[in-house]
Design a protein around this ligand. Structure first.
Ligand code: 16G
Length: 167
């Protein structure tokens, strides 16, 4: 992540995540059985999503070509311990450019202190840049602003208020 070289220790990267039992990779079908949805429930309400629903939604995401769901696996336990998604939004503006959205970032809270949040966010942010996104945006709770700022994200006062209507 070239804008913040000092904040990300170079010895941790997607291909070298810091522990031999950690693997950073794209989501796959069998992650239903590795606790992927249980992990997401540490972020927000997931509901009772059965295997068929999961596989159907995941194949729709893959078919669209605009969803890049990235996970961290604990290969010792066969368990998903971190996740983040890049969603590509196609635009007419900026010469038909694409915008990245960082979504559903979650790290298993029993794995604190291993920089997994940083690892997954930097990985997905680099992917956005690689795929030609002219910017990447996210929504987060107040308490996470400092974390995202440490990775190069900025609040643009008056310019990028996040607004929501819930259904
Ligand atoms: C956070 C997440 C967002 C997620 C939402 C779920 C990040 C950067 N942001 O805003 O992706 O979808 O929480 O909360 O991970 P909700 O259930 O209230 O929509």
């Amino acid at each position: 992540f070239h804008r913040t070289p000092a904040t990300f220790k170079p010895f941790i990267s997607a291909t070298n995540p810091g522990e031999p039992w950690m693997k950073v990779r794209p989501l796959k079908d069998t992650d239903y059985d590795r606790g992927f949805l249980q992990l997401l429930s540490q972020l927000t309400h997931v509901g009772n999503v059965n295997r068929t629903q999961f596989l159907t939604r995941f194949s729709q995401m893959k078919a669209s070509g605009d969803y890049f769901v990235t996970v961290i696996e604990d290969t010792r336990k066969n368990e998903i311990i971190g996740a983040a998604s890049l969603v590509i939004e196609r635009k007419f503006i900026h010469n038909c450019s694409v915008r990245g959205r960082l979504e559903d970032v979650v790290v298993n809270d029993t794995y604190r202190g291993k920089q997994l949040g940083k690892l997954i966010v930097v990985t997905v942010s680099l992917l956005a840049e690689e795929l030609g996104c002219y910017k990447m945006s996210l929504d987060c709770k107040d308490k996470l602003i400092k974390f995202y700022e440490s990775l190069g994200y900025v609040l643009l006062p008056g310019n990028s208020n996040s607004m929501t209507i819930r259904y």
